[in-house]
Design a protein. Structure first.
Ligand SMILES: Nc1ncnc2c1ncn2[C@@H]1O[C@H](COP(=O)(O)OP(=O)(O)OP(=O)(O)O)[C@@H](O)[C@H]1O
Length: 412
């Protein structure tokens, strides 16, 4: 039997298909952005007034789209490249990227902006408004402009007091200045978050909306091939493996269109090939990686087997809405309406509201749905529901089949 030290040594020396795994890291910023060139163009057009008429207006752009559609990476690449290009034209622009999920309050967001501008702020005693004033004075002194991306802005809208939302978006009502130096990119996964906001606030956010559609399989293929070139040794990844991953995830083929998940699958396929001592990543490795990553989803499929008819119809209502409206979360009222419609179609009596509420609570405990409060707009809060997994065709078929079986057994 081999000694542990021998095993460790030989494994440390064993060859790998990966030349540089960091290129598959979710935070890695690639040099090229296949299939997002048009979005870079749209962003440039939206922000070109900073160059044409500096200081005249504060640009606001919303980027929206499902998870893994390249919203963050595109904003980052745009910001950096835009700042570099306008420098050649004599305009100083800094790009700042803040994740509102990590920086959960207005105060923390403001500090993060100051930190990225390399501005030192006294640790205590200042309000967010005062920090913003310091930031603006700093920009003014240096005759600079800043593009601030507020990523996962949904979280900020859903969890902040209205006065903080008001402050950040209506900045120039609060700061008495002539030259507008701050512009924003708001990244919002689900646009329904905006609908609960007061119109005067909403109009300051949603001026220009750029949608990022889920990727099709040929698009994922190009994105993956780019990563294969920089992360793997030449010729170590079979074309079939890349094709399999892009087909399984391509939105046009019933997948979620998620580039992050596709890259993650590619990486895992590489690690599986290494673990098996294979010099090539084959389609089998890609399949294994895919099913490992889908294990969680399959646990959920198992859970679905135990649902009764009415909670199952609520799941189906959410699947229908997600597919029809190409969004992820829906106000509870909308889900109930779709549920009632389904009941009518099936000729069953819909359950009362309180009972539906109870089912939703249970579905949440089972990890099948997520609930979230919508923003505290003037029109009050509402609960937003979403599925914890993509509403794929496969899942839809599965749920439809289960509903049919439950309906039949009820009739017997
Ligand atoms: N067009 C593209 N070319 C190359 N890589 C891409 C492209 N689109 C997305 N990616 C990569 O896919 C991953 C996910 O992208 P990103 O984080 O930008 O998605 P997102 O839309 O912001 O997702 P989320 O809503 O979950 O935050 C990252 O590793 C990113 O580099």
């Amino acid at each position: 039997m081999a000694l542990p030290s021998d095993i460790i040594n030989s494994s440390l020396n064993s060859p790998s298909v990966l030349k540089d795994g960091s290129k598959l890291n979710p935070d890695y910023i690639p040099e090229r952005l296949p299939h997002r060139e048009d979005k870079l163009k749209e962003l440039t057009i939206a922000f070109r007034d900073i160059v044409n008429e500096p200081g005249k207006s504060s640009v606001r752009v919303v980027i929206t789209g499902r998870t893994g559609t390249g919203k963050t990476v595109t904003a980052r690449i745009f910001g950096k490249a835009f700042a570099e290009q306008v420098k050649n034209r004599g305009i100083k622009v800094e790009y700042v990227h803040v994740n509102c999920h990590r920086e959960r309050t207005l105060y923390l967001i403001t500090l993060k902006i100051a930190e990225q501008l390399k501005l030192s702020i006294p640790p205590r005693g200042l309000s967010s408004q005062e920090v913003f004033k310091i930031i603006h004075e700093y920009l003014e002194r240096r005759n600079m402009y800043v593009i601030i991306t507020l990523d996962e802005f949904d979280y900020f809208l859903n969890s902040s007091p209205p006065e903080d939302i008001y402050f950040i978006v209506r900045l120039y009502d609060e700061l008495a200045v002539n030259v507008k130096r701050v512009s924003y990119i708001f990244i919002i996964r689900d646009l329904t978050t905006l609908s609960s906001l007061d119109k005067t606030v909403r109009d300051h956010i949603a001026r220009d909306i750029i949608e990022f559609p889920p990727y099709k399989s040929n698009e994922l293929y190009d994105i993956l091939q780019d990563r294969v070139k920089i992360a793997f040794y030449d010729g170590t990844v079979s074309d079939d493996a890349v094709k399999f991953i892009s087909d399984i995830n391509g939105f046009d083929k019933g997948g979620s269109g998620n580039a992050r998940l596709s890259i993650e699958t590619l990486e895992l396929a590489g690690r599986i090939a290494d673990a098996e001592g294979s010099p090539i990543v084959t389609v089998e490795h890609a399949k294994k990686a895919n099913s490992r990553l889908n294990e969680e989803a399959s646990i959920i499929l198992d859970e679905l087997n135990y649902l009764e008819l009415h909670p199952m119809l609520l799941v189906k209502a959410l699947i229908n809405l997600s597919k029809r409206e190409k969004k992820e979360s829906f106000p509870i009222g909308e889900v109930e309406d779709e549920y009632s419609r389904l009941c009518e179609l099936l000729g069953v009596e819909p359950r009362r509201h309180t009972q539906v509420f109870e089912y939703m609570r249970r579905l949440k405990l089972m990890g099948i749905i997520n609930t979230q409060q919508s923003g505290k707009g003037m029109r009050g809060r509402t609960t937003l529901l979403s599925l914890t997994f993509p509403a794929s065709q496969e899942l839809d078929d599965y749920v439809t089949k289960l509903i049919g079986a439950l309906k039949n057994s009820e009739q017997k």
